[in-house]
Design a protein around this ligand. Structure first.
Ligand SMILES: [Ca+2]
Ligand SMILES: [Ca+2]
Ligand SMILES: [Ca+2]
Ligand SMILES: [Ca+2]
Length: 431
């Protein structure tokens, strides 16, 4: 069981120097409040997702623990209390009928996402897990019983990925999207691999189970991150893949169904874009005034996020823009944080060389205005690796009215890998 700490008055103020590039107007370091949830030793939270899991309109959140190979669902009670439920997805004992010894290699959870897999109206959880060293890698499905409790059967609800000819690959990120337009979300998995490049597709059979034997070229070496959106206006969702080792960004067109209604697969289109950086996350977002979604690419070592804009179904370096977001962004959220029609960008900045973990929020990408940094106190060297967003997450009615931000219910979930804690940051100062 976690302990819940309420940290008030929260964060102290640090004045940062203006980030390099000078494109942004006076970024500020301001104060936010946060709640901290300590996880058991050895958890190493690596991934997060937000969704209303029990239909009460309050945003709940999910944490995937890399070390302990379990998922923690935090149900949100009226924005005031968060009730953790641990779901163990360990496989080796079940699958090999033997006890795990301390020397046995673990699978590592790499990603969690929510999607209504069985189309019953409740958001389910898709867990991606694996490592270079074990054969048990792939996808675990946690089905929501409707009130935020999840059933998981290690024998029935695990799907293993063995891309043919792929040595030492492991699934790093996944995305859920309905590839064959049958109404059921399918899953596309990036298989990180320094010697090859494959994505695997799990087609949803419609009953919450999947076919697993579909693998496609990702277009470059080491597919690490993945996102889905329709980039060419043909109704079919397509796939973007960000590569780690090769730093290339590729697009996979969804070929749709044939005349017998059999899905035809994914095919790389065009040449990959070379970023020369490890691409840790890709995500699509439809932006006002643009016909097709923009593609946002996170490269931690570049200290920035790059957006690629779609022209006639393709993306290029020439039609892209960089946003300075502070040191070492590890994951980003692109969202209309103020519900005012303006898309913003928030990043979890990984504490590198003792510079402090930060949440960076830029509330208006178009005008490059209102950029603020919220830095965790120096004793919270969490190494933030994941960020998620909830628009109705915290009841901050007790805050000083002078401090209230435009959207007082919003909060960000930040996973602190190193100190095995999760932070909910909220209550952002007015600009
Ligand atoms: Ca809820
Ligand atoms: Ca469901
Ligand atoms: Ca489908
Ligand atoms: Ca398409």
């Amino acid at each position: 069981m976690q302990k819940l700490f309420t940290c008030w008055p929260g964060l102290f103020v640090i004045i940062l120097t203006i980030v390099q590039g000078g494109a942004l107007a006076s970024p500020q370091s301001l104060r936010a409040r946060y709640l901290k949830f300590d996880l058991p030793d050895g958890s190493y939270p690596i991934a997060s997702a937000t969704s209303d899991l029990n239909g009460d309109s309050w945003t709940d959140f999910v944490i995937g623990n890399q070390g302990s190979e379990d998922v923690v669902v935090f149900l949100n009670e009226n924005g005031l209390n968060f009730h953790p439920q641990h779901i163990d997805i360990k496989l080796r004992v079940e699958r090999f009928d033997k006890e795990r010894t301390p020397d046995d290699p673990w699978r590592y959870i790499t990603n969690v996402l929510t999607s209504d897999i069985d189309k019953d109206g409740d958001q389910d959880i898709v867990v991606t897990a694996g490592s270079h060293y074990v054969p048990d890698q792939g996808i675990s499905i946690l089905i929501n019983d409707g009130n935020g409790s999840f059933s998981f059967n290690p024998r029935r609800d695990n799907y293993f990925i063995y891309a043919p000819g792929e040595l030492e690959s492991y699934p790093s990120k996944s995305v859920a999207t309905d590839l064959n337009l049958d109404g059921y979300p399918d899953i596309v998995v990036a298989n990180s691999n320094w010697y090859g490049g494959k994505v695997s597709v799990l087609l949803n059979k419609g009953d919450g189970t999947f076919t697993t034997d579909l693998h496609f070229s990702s277009g470059a070496i080491d597919p690490y991150s993945i996102a889905a959106a329709n980039i060419d206006g043909d109704r079919l969702p397509d796939i973007a893949v960000g590569h780690g080792l090769s730093g290339e960004l590729s697009l996979l067109k969804n070929l749709g169904n044939d005349s017998n209604n059999i899905w035809r697969g994914l095919r790389v289109v065009g040449s990959p874009i070379q970023t020369e950086q490890f691409i840790i996350q890709v995500s699509f977002k439809q932006i006002q005034g643009l016909q097709h979604p923009a593609l946002f690419v996170v490269t931690p070592s570049a200290n920035q996020i790059r957006a690629y804009f779609n022209r006639n179904g393709s993306y290029s370096n020439e039609d892209s823009k960089s946003y300075d977001v502070g040191p070492h962004p590890y994951e980003a959220i692109v969202e209309d944080f103020r519900n005012d029609g303006h898309i913003g960008l928030a990043t979890a900045n990984y504490n590198l060389n003792g510079r402090g973990d930060q949440l960076s929020i830029l509330t208006n990408l178009a005008s490059l205005t209102n950029q603020n940094f919220y830095t965790l106190p120096s004793h919270e060297f969490g190494k933030l690796v994941s960020i998620s967003y909830g628009s109705k997450m915290i009841d901050s009615s007790s805050l000083d009215p002078d401090d209230k931000e435009p959207n007082p219910l919003q909060a960000f979930v930040l996973a602190g890998w190193e100190n095995q804690s999760v932070y909910l940051m909220y209550g952002f100062d007015k600009e």
